[in-house]
Write a protein that binds this ligand. Structure first.
Ligand SMILES: Cc1cc2nc3c(=O)[nH]c(=O)nc-3n(C[C@H](O)[C@H](O)[C@H](O)COP(=O)(O)OP(=O)(O)OC[C@H]3O[C@@H](n4cnc5c(N)ncnc54)[C@H](O)[C@@H]3O)c2cc1C
Length: 512
């Protein structure tokens, strides 16, 4: 949030809009403004919609802007999995401290501890807030990589639309509708470097960077930047991480570009670690974009799956490790890795939201084998080694501990049993006719076909934790908005102005 007249915080960014940044004045204050509102919110993903809801509820006027033709950003297309400690109906014994520890570990302890604390402590409340405020429907719980216990909730809708659509509906009832095709172009500040409003381009066409008609909007209280990630901004992402060239496919929506972030940088903002761009170890090289394989992979790892090297038949990683650990292990394994489940595993995931086994089989993303021997033969992996892997995993399940990789073994964990087995490729496709592994470069990561650029995340937290992060303002209202109202009253009495948001938690620190 860039507050009018105060240094404050934006979605994913600690933005100092004054201080030395004030020298980098981006756009002059117009003599008259075309429009005025208390709060101008840029972006209509989880973060922007959560902010709009709370601001409106606090009695302020809101202008909600979106550059694309449709609202929702990455939020509406995302997988819809949300980690929450103490979520409604959670079966596993869990606590905010456990989630905090998991996040810190997955973030290599480079995290910002106070922010991680907010997420871990408010995640359960945030899930409840989604249910209470918007009628969001969750369905099922699962154990995702990096979490020490099962604590991830799936949406009945099978994607983030299960949150965004009810958010939009609620806002409509409250009289707030996003204005689409409206691009944030400039942040306007006064001579002291204080944010006063924005220049937008109405009627914008995302294919033409400068298209649309300029318009100025004054924000009397705050400008909220909730503009998401930049996975589809090739130039910007390569500035951050030169490895991510055009061969890397992105799972992000086409509008996930960095012009708002650049503008924030222009006014002296300091984003937190934008170079830590998330690469997902679950996409399949057998389909483009996010596809439908990831929901199979994330569900399968939590159920009865094993991940093995496609040539050796040996496990190479804790299948429930955090995504970076797994992605690094896949690369170290030469991207020749597969995940497979048995019949019981299949039965346990078949009805989970978004798991489209038949479609995956039809598209050739999954293959079915009656026996382990058949699967081994398809890859040219030694059958004895694969059997040995299964035996040693089953011994770990029986013992309740996995000495090889330290994988979490649930109390009701089943051993790898009878087929048929379903196998999905993780880091490599089936050997083509020449017997070599084929890495699909077009639209994928060079040399890392299973990894997709998804700079909606930073290293500090796993993806399904980020949603609680983006939505946290909803449950932080008790802390933030009464102050907003109090400030407003004080301001009317001429005694002060909006609280400096440095004292309040940021809106969505997870989204660079
Ligand atoms: C394929 C995929 C699957 C994912 N799965 C999960 C998951 O299962 N669980 C999880 O927790 N997270 C998941 N994520 C990450 C999650 O989707 C994001 O962290 C989250 O949606 C970010 O929300 P946001 O509101 O910050 O940004 P977004 O939802 O991206 O919204 C930002 C909006 O701002 C708009 N915008 C940008 N610049 C401008 C501008 N200059 N002017 C006007 N508008 C602008 C964009 O068009 C966009 O609509 C996934 C991400 C992807 C891509």
């Amino acid at each position: 949030m860039l507050s009018a007249g105060a240094t404050t915080v934006a979605g994913g960014l600690a933005l100092g809009a004054s201080g030395t940044g004030a020298l980098a004045q981006a756009a002059g204050v117009p003599e008259s403004w075309d429009e005025e509102a208390d709060v101008v919110i840029i972006g209509t993903g989880f973060a922007g919609l959560a902010a709009a809801y709370e601001v409106k509820k606090a009695g302020a006027s809101v202008v909600l802007l979106e550059k694309m033709r449709v609202p929702g950003g990455n939020s509406i297309i995302c997988g819809g999995l949300m980690a929450a400690a103490g979520m409604p109906g959670q079966e596993a014994e869990d606590s905010a401290d456990k989630l905090y520890d998991d996040m810190m570990q997955a973030g290599l302890h480079l995290n910002h501890p106070p922010l991680v604390r907010i997420v871990s402590e408010r995640s359960g409340d945030t899930a409840q807030w989604l249910i209470d405020a918007f009628g969001v429907e969750f369905q099922g719980q699962m154990h995702l990589g990096g979490h020490s216990v099962p604590r991830s909730m799936a949406l009945a809708a099978g994607s983030g639309s299960g949150i965004v659509v009810p958010q939009l509906a609620k806002l409509k009832d409250m009289g707030v509708e996003p204005r689409t095709r409206t691009l944030l172009k400039n942040i306007v500040r006064d001579a002291d470097g204080r944010v006063q409003g924005v220049v937008v381009h109405e009627g914008h066409d995302a294919r033409e960077p400068d298209s649309g008609t300029p318009k100025t909007i004054r924000a009397t209280r705050a400008v909220v930047l909730a503009t998401g990630g930049f996975g589809n901004d090739l130039a910007f992402r390569q500035l951050q991480d030169p490895r991510l060239d055009a061969d890397y496919d992105s799972t992000n929506q086409p509008g996930a570009t960095a012009e708002a972030l650049r503008e924030a940088l222009n006014i002296g903002a300091t984003p937190v670690q934008p170079s830590w761009i998330q690469l997902g170890p679950w996409a399949s090289p057998d389909e483009r974009g996010f596809g439908i394989a990831p929901l199979f992979v994330v569900n399968a790892t939590g159920a009865n799956a094993l991940w093995v090297h496609a040539e050796t038949g040996k496990r190479f990683v804790n299948e429930l490790a955090d995504r970076k650990t797994r992605a690094d292990a896949m690369i170290a394994a030469g991207n020749k890795t597969v995940a497979f489940i048995d019949q019981a595993g299949l039965d346990s995931i078949r009805d989970k939201p978004g798991v489209k086994v038949e479609a995956l089989l039809e598209r050739g993303v999954l293959s079915q084998f009656e026996t382990l021997e058949e699967m081994a033969a398809a890859h040219g992996m030694p059958s004895a080694a694969l059997n040995e892997t299964v035996e040693s995993y089953n011994a770990a399940v029986a013992a309740g501990e996995d000495p090889e990789f330290g994988r979490y073994i649930a109390e009701d964990q089943l051993p790898m049993g009878d087929g048929p087995y379903l196998r999905g490729t993780l880091g490599a496709e089936d050997p083509p006719h020449d017997g070599r592994y084929r890495h699909r470069r077009q639209g994928h990561c060079a040399g890392h076909p299973q990894r997709r650029a998804d700079p909606g995340a930073v290293r500090r937290r796993r993806g399904d934790g980020r949603r609680a992060w983006c939505l946290a303002p909803g449950v932080l209202r008790d802390h933030r908005l009464p102050r907003f109202r109090a400030d407003r009253r004080a301001e009317r009495r001429g005694r002060g102005r909006l609280s400096d948001a440095r004292q309040t938690p940021p809106l969505c620190p997870g989204a660079p």
